[in-house]
Design a protein around this ligand. Structure first.
Ligand code: NAP
Length: 248
């Protein structure tokens, strides 16, 4: 992958799951990485060692992306440590599923706060840095349910649809300064987020996937790697589905 000397990436919620795979993949591409985490996990130190073993630098930065000032601090720390930010991957996300009629106000608010406002907060605070550099890549993790909707996910699908809106508006605002803003929309990816879904839900999902398998974290990381590289320099404001053909 050609990253043309622009080699610092910040990945939110990167201690596990898709974020972790993205951090590893970008380090293989030559990026030094800032691994944002909220609660952390036992494997965080192991992840840092693995990245350092590839000859890249890694820094773990704690912070809740849903809090405006904490998002600001994540970007400040990244600059203090590495001096620049070339790629921001807005990956942090949560679900609190439930049917509309039973959904608690707090379940709606929390999912919007982390997924949607968290994405805004991080973009808001990385933009001045990238504008000054006159370059940057912002990659947001949406979801196919932000396009299709999903019963039981009014909160999550609203947040992920909102991320598509943020992606397109920000792409328009920042394009003239050499900043690309794109999103990926994963379908059903095998992580902690999906592991507790019932067998019936999983069977139904599989039935609707033409490629007849669930996605892996590496499927998502591969697309993010492309969007983080100069190979995607003429692409902005786009949403790439990574879903085995589920939505087309
Ligand atoms: P995951 O394994 O549950 O990981 C989510 C990560 O986000 C965790 O590391 C978590 O950290 C972090 N996080 C949550 N709230 C945070 C906050 N307020 N501030 C900072 N970090 C926070 O989920 P995943 O499947 O890897 O999901 C990653 C992204 O892909 C999410 O945006 C998700 O919506 C999206 N996605 C996933 C799928 C799928 O099928 N898995 C499909 C479409 C889209 P803590 O554990 O410390 O809270």
């Amino acid at each position: 992958m050609d990253i043309a000397g622009r080699n610092v990436a910040v990945i939110t919620g990167a201690a596990k799951g898709i974020g972790r795979a993205i951090a590893l993949r970008l380090s293989e591409d030559g990026f030094d990485v800032v691994i944002n985490y909220r609660n952390g996990s036992a494997s965080l130190e192991e992840l840092i060692k693995e990245i350092e073993g590839k000859g890249r630098k890694a820094a773990a930065v704690q912070g809740d992306v849903s809090v405006f000032t904490e998002a600001k601090n994540i970007m400040k720390q990244a600059i203090d440590i590495f001096g620049r930010i070339d790629v921001l991957v807005n990956n942090a996300g949560i679900t609190r599923d439930g049917l509309l009629l039973r959904m608690k106000e707090d379940d709606f608010d929390k999912v919007i706060e982390v997924n949607l406002k968290g994405t805004f907060n991080c973009i808001r605070h990385v933009s001045p840095v990238m504008l000054k550099q006159r370059s940057g890549k912002i990659i947001n993790i949406s979801s196919v349910v932000g396009i299709t909707g999903n019963a039981g996910q009014v909160n999550y699908s609203a947040a992920k649809a909102g991320i598509i809106g943020i992606t397109k508006s920000t792409a328009r605002e920042l394009a003239s300064r050499g900043i690309n803003v794109n999103a990926v929309a994963p379908g059903f990816i095998d992580t902690d987020m999906t592991k507790n879904l019932s067998e019936k839900v999983k069977e139904n999902a599989l039935h609707n996937i033409p490629l007849k398998r669930f996605g892996t974290v590496y499927d998502v990381a591969n697309a993010v790697s492309f969007l983080a590289s100069s190979n995607s320099d003429y692409i902005t404001g786009q949403i790439i589905n990574i879903d085995g053909g589920m939505v087309m």
